[in-house]
Write a protein that binds this ligand. Structure first.
Ligand SMILES: [Zn+2]
Length: 100
């Protein structure tokens, strides 16, 4: 299992947990959480790849940011082939596409 697989597997566990924790928050607060996550990742995103003292903080920001985006973005969010949206049973990024 390479680093990408480890990251994806751990996100598939963590994002749904964060999503349920955040589910009842107002959208303004979700957007603030996503924005804060982006700031943390902008500062410490390299720790996800190379490790270091900010690795846990960066991972939690990524998982929480993806969860906040899953609840606020139309169609949810898809990253590294994984999909999260407001529907816990939905795992298909194409489920939100409108056909011709
Ligand atoms: Zn979905």
């Amino acid at each position: 299992m390479d680093q990408r697989d480890v990251l994806l597997t751990t996100l598939q566990l963590a994002v749904p947990l964060h999503r349920e924790e955040l589910r009842d928050l107002p959208s303004e607060q979700l957007l603030a959480i996503a924005s804060n996550a982006a700031t943390v990742l902008g500062s410490h995103g390299d720790a996800l790849q190379f490790g270091g003292k900010h690795c846990r903080e960066a991972f939690n920001a990524l998982a929480r940011g993806l969860a906040a985006a899953a609840l606020t973005a139309d169609g949810g969010v898809t990253w590294l082939g994984a999909h999260w949206c407001a529907d816990p049973s939905c795992h298909n990024p194409n489920a939100h596409l409108s056909g011709p």
